[in-house]
Design a protein around this ligand. Structure first.
Ligand code: FE2
Length: 464
């Protein structure tokens, strides 16, 4: 190992700090956000400074320590801990920046390095994603994934893999349907029908896996992920209500296409970072009628046409459009409204950040009997629990955990995956049941409060 020169030593710390910062900003903000641009500029400057001294520079991780060019970089204050644990969890054990790397390559690498595992899987893995984005100036080293050894774990891993494929196929089907409408082509409803068949089968066979998948979000492709999440949550509610497969299928198609009228909304209104003006809101309200018209033109199922028109009317008719429906709103419109509002509240939008899942649940429960159908609200609360799947919680043992399975028998005591030790974000694959008690009958662990995953650089979708 060559001795580390003073110049190199002085540049190594900023490189790690700026790499960490760039990854954090890329997770939290859209690419054009000033914080992201600034973090990219700082990282580029750090990399370029080191590449003045060498042809390449490698950041590597081994046994919880971080190295630059093989030299251990002490982390006295623990400030590199989130970077080390996240890269370790992603099995990205070495990153080499090569002389000649461009700013665009660096920006593309950062996005890939923080992508959600299911999204990476859909792109064929980290290497394929970098290849696809033509990133030549970054080389990565990965530790091979340990395959589960027992039969049950193998089956579970396979179920999750297949279910994620179905999820991404559904996202793709919605993207294509919206693109066809905006280019005035006929929507290929066969594609939508096909993915909904897979979703119905998945929701019936593996409801918990699909409930976990419904926490997936994508800021830039919000409408498409949102449509799939609304479809999954609506079908899961339908399944609780013992709908037969044919009706679940209709619910899936209707939910997947409920917002198709948004293709005819001006992008500056859809993505407006602030509050809509009264005129803009009036325009936004027309997406319901426009969606219903589009679906009628494509001879979609009458239920899909109806729910596109009614999904914002609300139980007490306090929403929009203002309409007189003597026979009452269709029950599936009520059902889609709950799933729609819940997923919207828990997603990042251009005008606000995502709400914690339990806070969103409280809002749904507070709205029962006014915005939401009271009986269906109960069904939804029973499905998700008061601390829905994907909620990061603090326990009375000072441990943190991610809720991974609801408990219909006690909606306050779900099953969770423990993050340990206290104060650390490192995941240990340990499931805990919050109904477990000690020999004196006291609960071993109870939820104290939910906490913001972003403050701890945790992507909860990785754990559910
Ligand atoms: Fe809508």
């Amino acid at each position: 190992m060559k001795p580390m020169s003073d110049a190199f030593n002085e540049a190594a710390h900023p490189l790690l700090r700026n790499l960490d910062r760039a990854r954090t900003c890329a997770r939290m903000y859209p690419p054009e956000h000033p914080y992201v641009e600034e973090s990219r500029r700082l990282l580029t400057a750090s990399v370029e400074e080191l590449l003045l001294l060498r042809d390449s520079v490698t950041v590597s991780i081994s046994d919880g320590d971080i190295f630059v060019e093989g030299h251990h970089i002490p982390d006295d204050g623990g400030s590199f801990e989130p970077l080390i644990s996240d890269l370790t969890r992603r099995e990205l054990v070495s990153i080499t920046f090569v002389h000649g790397i461009t700013v665009d390559e660096l920006a593309a690498f950062i996005l890939v390095s923080v992508a959600r595992p299911p999204d990476l899987e859909a792109m064929g893995g980290v290497e394929a994603a970098l290849e696809r984005k033509a990133v030549r100036g970054v080389l990565i080293g990965r530790k091979s994934l340990a395959l589960p050894t027992d039969e049950e774990s193998r089956k579970h891993a396979e179920t999750v893999r297949v279910s994620r494929d179905v999820y991404h196929s559904a996202v793709q089907a919605v993207i294509e349907a919206f693109a066809e409408v905006s280019s005035r082509e006929m929507v290929n409803l066969d594609l939508v029908e096909g993915v909904v068949r897979m979703l119905v089968s998945g929701v019936l066979q593996h409801p918990e896996t699909y409930l976990g998948l419904s926490t997936m979000k994508d800021f830039h492709e919000y409408t498409f992920y949102h449509s799939v999440n609304v479809a999954i949550l609506s079908m899961l509610m339908g399944s609780k209500l013992r709908f037969n497969e044919a009706l679940l299928h209709k619910v899936g198609v209707a939910a997947l296409l409920h917002d198709i009228g948004k293709v005819q909304m001006p992008i500056e209104i859809l993505d407006k970072p602030g509050r809509l003006t009264p005129e803009e809101f009036d325009c936004m309200k027309t997406h319901c009628a426009k969606g219903a018209r589009i679906l009628a033109q494509h001879s979609a199922d009458p239920l899909a046409i109806l729910t596109a028109a009614q999904h914002h009317v609300h139980y007490d008719r306090g929403g929009y459009p203002d309409c007189d429906i003597p026979e009452g709103l269709h029950v599936i419109s009520h059902l889609i409204t709950i799933a729609d509002v819940y997923d919207a509240l828990t997603s990042d939008r251009s005008y606000r950040t995502a709400m914690l899942p339990d806070r969103a649940m409280q809002i749904i429960i507070e709205g029962r009997g006014t915005t939401f159908h009271p009986e269906l609200t109960k069904v939804f609360a029973n499905l998700t629990g008061m601390f829905p799947v994907g909620t990061l919680v603090e326990l009375d043992t000072a441990e943190r955990a991610v809720v991974c399975k609801p408990n219909p028998a006690n909606i306050y005591r779900p099953k969770a995956k423990l993050l340990t030790p206290p104060g650390s974000d490192t995941l240990v694959s340990r499931d805990v049941d919050l109904t477990d008690r000690d020999t004196d009958g006291r609960y071993l662990r109870s939820i104290v409060r939910s906490i913001e995953p972003r403050d701890h650089q945790i992507n909860v979708a990785d754990y559910v």
